[in-house]
Design a protein around this ligand. Structure first.
Ligand SMILES: *Cc1c(COP(=O)(O)O)cnc(C)c1O
Length: 378
């Protein structure tokens, strides 16, 4: 693609930092791990950060460390990346899919309350596309029903609710550092929590269930979810630039919003929230496609995607609902989530990365308008 959907942003200082690790003898469980974890804890404002090999691994360990398992239900959106749901399945927890609200694409609080049963143990809150979920109302609900909160903040490092960073509201939260995220370590993730016992458990589970210095003493069944010193060195440097990166991404989002503001065929993502501050992960517009059923809307949307790609512009559909994936739809009774399905059929993710040029944003918008005309989206 001439203009890609996403692209990592790696500085010379970051390349030097990774190279420097390669010249040492410590490639795992060394000083860069501690430094990276301290940087994340300090930035987030929680006492404990445990770096892991991916966001998925982090979510899995949260589920495990909270003691969730067979017979338990956890409320989770279907409009999300599949990892948030898979982390439950790994521990035989039943995911209960909950509807989202149209404006923010985050969990619908009324639907959340309706989905609670005596088996419900936790809410997996996803801050979709870096837009913070309403943590005040979710907290009230969780307290009333004695539920844990796991924050999937994999798309949302730096986002705020009520002036507090997301990741500080739940029993535990996870950030992720895959190359398309706000900052990257190649692959990687980090669990953050205020709970020292939970942090210790995650730390041990990450490292084959070890609790002490003895390499062959395993207190419980664990995993190798460690993050290498190379990855951590990259993460330490990326963290230094995070505020500048988030500023840059917000500038790009506002540029898109300005170029597309008067386009009647589109619904644009909210730029400002009364109580929150967005950390821009992707820029996803939705086709209005009024009066069309989801199948027809999806056909139109896919035609728009093809048009963009033919013009050399990377784009994607974020997300395909998890409950419709074969690995979920073939288990148990069919679930109907009309808002999730309608929104998912209409999404178009546009090129979004730190060093995209203003002219490229303008070109994407021109081609997108053209695509809307050609495909007759009204
Ligand atoms: C990226 C992401 C994850 C974690 O993905 P990894 O590739 O395992 O790091 C989890 N949940 C959501 C919503 C994500 O976007």
């Amino acid at each position: 693609m001439r203009i890609s959907l996403s692209a990592p942003d790696i500085s010379d200082a970051e390349i030097d930092a990774v190279t420097a690790v390669l010249r040492t003898r410590q490639l795992s469980l060394g000083p860069k791990l501690a430094e990276f974890e301290q940087a994340i804890a300090a930035y987030t404002g929680v006492p404990h950060a445990v770096a892991v090999s991916s966001g998925t691994a982090g979510l899995h360990l949260c589920v495990r460390a909270l003691g969730l398992g067979e017979g338990d239900e956890v409320l989770v959106p279907s409009f999300t990346f599949i990892a948030a749901v898979n982390a439950l399945r790994y521990e035989r927890v039943k995911p209960v899919f909950v509807e989202i609200e149209e404006k923010t694409l985050n969990l619908d609080i009324a639907a959340l309350e309706r989905a609670i049963t005596p088996q419900t143990r936790a809410i997996m809150v996803v801050h979709t596309f870096g837009c913070p979920a309403d943590m005040d109302r979710i907290r009230v609900l969780a307290d009333r029903h004695h539920l844990h909160i796991i924050e999937d903040a994999c798309e949302a490092i730096g986002a705020e609710w009520d002036g507090r960073r997301v990741g500080t509201f739940g029993n535990a939260a996870v950030y992720a550092f895959y190359p398309n995220k706000q900052i990257t370590t190649g692959e990687g993730g980090c669990v953050v929590t205020r709970d020292p016992a939970l942090a210790a458990r995650v730390r041990s589970l990450r490292n084959q269930g070890r609790t002490g210095d003895d390499w062959f003493d395993h207190a419980e069944l664990g995993y190798n979810y460690r993050l290498s010193e190379l990855a951590c060195a990259l993460g330490v440097e990326q963290m230094k630039r995070l505020p500048a990166i988030l500023d840059r991404r917000e500038t790009i989002a506002r540029l898109y919003a300005r170029y597309l503001a008067d386009e009647p065929g589109l619904i644009l993502p909210p730029l400002d929230l009364p109580n929150g501050c967005i950390s821009w992960f992707v820029y996803v517009v939705r086709l209005r496609a009024e009066g069309l059923d989801d199948l027809a809307a999806r056909g139109l949307r896919d035609a728009v995607l093809r048009h963009l790609r033919c013009a050399g512009i990377g784009c994607g559909r974020y997300f395909a609902p998890v409950h419709l994936q074969s690995c979920y739809s073939q288990r148990g009774p069919a679930v109907s989530l009309p808002v999730t399905q309608a929104q998912a059929a209409r999404t178009v993710a546009l090129p979004f990365f730190n060093h995209i040029a203003a002219e490229e944003v303008a070109e994407v918008c021109t081609v997108l308008r053209e695509a809307l005309q050609v495909c007759a989206v009204g």
